[in-house]
Design a binder for this molecule. Structure first.
Ligand SMILES: C[S@@+](CC[C@H](N)C(=O)[O-])C[C@H]1O[C@@H](n2cnc3c(N)ncnc32)[C@H](O)[C@@H]1O
Length: 220
């Protein structure tokens, strides 16, 4: 079998699942930058009010936490199961951690270290691909949301049958890619209602070629 790879720098990109070590640190810096347009497009679908308490799961390099701190006057939390992501997010948001508006916690979506009914909005950018059990993990997100709270997902890929690069990414990262029907089906199984998806063509953050951006919004 040919060992030709479409993915440039596979050792670096493997860190997208759980950033570790020097390459993990490098990728986190790049993701803060590369995902900017996707994240801003996604956030434009959210009505954030000044008193919303927000949690960003899989916070990576922490840039979305910083964005949310500018949109709400209330507290913003970040959570990631990568130690190095937690450290990067703390470094980036140190000022608001010091003034008590921000907390960044090491933990997994499988068992969120928060009380029931804690958050108005829980966001998940480019992370659900790696969750071990999407339906049960989304139930855990639902548990920590307040009544009428919003779970928000934003990804830069939908399933594509004959896309060799996507196949290679899935193998490299052991990831799952979801489309609109998957989100609607799984999120309703997790107990959510009013599930709405938005999509658009946008540049892939690495190749800059057109890909499909998708975001899903679901209410508790
Ligand atoms: C591709 S990165 C995206 C980072 C950031 N949200 C962004 O958009 O740039 C995926 C992140 O999700 C985190 N992650 C993956 N599975 C997780 C889980 N089960 N619990 C918590 N964090 C997780 C990874 O450690 C990584 O930081």
């Amino acid at each position: 079998m040919s060992d030709f790879k479409i993915i440039e720098e596979p050792e670096l990109f493997k860190n997208a699942r759980k950033p570790e070590g020097e390459l993990g640190e490098e990728l986190l810096d790049r993701m803060n930058d590369f995902h900017e347009n996707l994240a801003k497009w996604g956030i434009s679908h959210l009505n954030i009010s000044k008193d919303d308490v927000i949690l960003d799961i899989g916070c990576g390099g922490g840039i979305n936490i910083k964005r949310f701190l500018e949109m709400t006057c209330n507290k913003v939390y970040g959570l990631d199961y990568s130690q190095i992501a937690v450290k990067k997010s703390i470094d980036l948001n140190q000022k608001d951690i010091n003034n008590g508006r921000c907390e960044i916690i090491h933990g997994s979506v499988c068992e969120l270290p928060f009380d029931d009914d804690s958050f108005d909005i829980v966001t998940c950018f480019e992370t659900v691909y790696f969750w071990p059990d999407f339906v049960n993990n989304s139930k855990e997100v639902r548990r920590v949301l307040k009544k009428n709270g919003i779970m928000f997902i934003c990804n830069e890929a939908i399933p594509k049958k004959d896309d060799d690069r996507q196949k290679e990414l899935i193998d490299l990262l052991d990831m799952k890619i979801y489309g609109e029907d998957d989100f609607k089906h799984h999120l309703s199984e997790s107990g959510f209602s009013e599930i709405t998806c938005f999509s658009k063509k946008g540049p892939d953050s690495v190749t800059k070629e057109d890909t499909d951006w998708i975001c899903a919004i679901a209410r508790k």
